[in-house]
Ligand binder design. Structure first.
Ligand code: PMP
Length: 351
């Protein structure tokens, strides 16, 4: 830290993203990216947009908002595009949390929530998951905080039903509930249909997983008009051109290729169920994942050792140090071939 760094950030511990190694070619199953390339239309539209980079991107994201709103069954002024969904989550912390309105989220969930809280000087409460990593919805009733729920949760992969989330939203009419649906396309129920019923609901989604655009950085907020107006105030006060024109064009291309997205999600969900079955046969305990990753622990080998041995064999998975989860690894679901390569490596390690 230099001597010039503002005191207000002196104790900030930044989020640690998953490794993106360059020195060796790994089978990357550590950051929940898609094993499939972006749709051909996305690639073509992005390269066409690259010829016009001398111009600023459309700050209103007019075409992209209209297209995504159409897919979601909502109006254009009920969505906002952001630079990855991390940005919309940060906007939510900025817009809906402060000293008087703390944040609340599960003790085991997306690690960025506490960092967003810290950088925005927001106090927060961590609500413990049950021993089986499930969420007790009544723990979130009337708690006087802005609630952040990853649904499905990460790194556990477990989803609540829309009805269960609705109970939480109903029980907190004077607080915002943010439902982070980064992994919703792999089998969970989206809360988007609830945005017309509840003015305290903000749903966030990303194009990083199901739509193969992690490197393009595109996320969305979906909510009632009033909330979207708040979030636009934050956007125009930080970075009006937050979505660059190549990403905007790629996003439009992906949305024109919805069939491609749906097919990829189906393949990944099938591969996940296959991986869950095979890991169970090998003696792993796994959570009932509704995402593009599995969360698995084995009684005969520590999570850290398995992570290290797989790494030596050229396979990257994600290991977290947290007390309750240190025996687990979060493993991204890839193609069937990648899944078999992983399973072969695990069998070798276990024998
Ligand atoms: N929410 C959750 C639960 C995530 O795991 C991630 C990915 N790390 C994000 C949000 C953010 O993803 P992105 O910024 O790529 O949209």
């Amino acid at each position: 830290m230099s001597r010039f760094f503002s005191e207000k950030y002196s104790s900030l511990v930044p989020y640690t993203p998953g490794e993106q190694p360059r020195e060796r070619k790994y089978l990357k199953l550590n950051t929940n990216e898609s094993p499939f390339p972006p749709s051909e239309k996305a690639q073509k539209y992005a390269s066409d947009a690259a010829t016009k980079l001398e111009l600023y991107s459309d700050p209103e994201c007019t075409a992209l908002h209209a297209s995504f709103a159409g897919i979601c069954g909502v109006q254009s002024d009920e969505v906002i595009a952001t630079n990855g969904s991390d940005e919309i989550l940060n906007f939510a912390f900025m817009a809906y949390c402060d000293k008087n309105t703390p944040a609340a989220f599960a003790d085991i969930t997306y690690g960025f929530y506490s960092v967003f809280a810290d950088i925005n000087n927001v106090p927060y409460k961590k609500i413990p998951l049950r021993d089986d990593f499930g969420i007790n919805i009544s723990d979130y009733f009337g708690i006087g905080a802005t609630i952040f729920i990853a649904n499905p949760n990460a790194p556990t992969g477990i989803a609540l039903s829309r009805n269960e989330i609705e109970e939480i939203i109903k029980a907190n009419p004077d607080n915002i509930v943010v439902v982070d649906e980064a992994y919703v396309d792999f089998g969970a129920e989206s809360c988007v249909p609830l945005i017309h019923k509840y003015d305290n609901l903000l749903v966030t989604q990303t194009f990083s997983k199901s739509r193969s655009m992690a490197g393009g950085r595109l996320g969305f907020g979906i909510a009632s008009k009033g909330l979207i107006a708040d979030l636009k105030t934050i956007k125009y006060s930080t970075n009006p051109y937050n979505v660059n024109s190549m990403t905007m064009a790629a996003g439009l291309g992906v949305l024109e290729d919805e069939e491609y997205t749906r097919t990829n999600c189906r393949i990944i969900s099938e591969n996940r169920d296959y991986l869950l079955r095979e890991l169970t046969k090998l003696g792993f305990s796994v959570t009932p994942s509704k995402t593009n990753f599995v969360f698995a622990a084995h009684p005969n080998i520590s999570g850290k050792t398995l992570y290290e041995k797989l790494r030596e064999m050229g396979i990257l998975v994600r290991h977290f140090d947290g007390a309750k989860i240190s025996n687990y690894n979060r493993i991204t679901v890839g193609t069937r071939e990648q899944t078999d390569t992983l399973l072969d490596a695990i069998k070798k390690i276990l024998s």
